[in-house]
Write a new protein. Structure first.
Length: 74
């Protein structure tokens, strides 16, 4: 037979486990988004330097994966 204290402990343990899993998932998602933003920023910086050095937009697009519209916006 489960006493009130045992039931309370079971609920708190389940809540803590769910919270820990949710935090870990959120942290992983945040890190992935941060990395993606950093990579995109780095590509934009390189593309801008390529433009400044006189490289054509077509060549920059083929090397960086950016669209011509994205390159024009730099």
């Amino acid at each position: 037979m489960i006493t009130e204290r045992d039931y309370y402990n079971m609920l708190n343990t389940a809540k803590a486990d769910g919270l820990a899993a949710g935090l870990a998932e959120g942290e992983a998602k945040g890190l992935a988004e941060g990395r993606a933003e950093g990579i995109a920023e780095g590509i934009s910086r390189v593309a801008k330097k390529m433009l400044e050095s006189g490289m054509s937009a077509e060549m920059i697009a083929s090397m960086t994966g950016l669209t011509k519209a994205q390159i024009a916006a730099l």
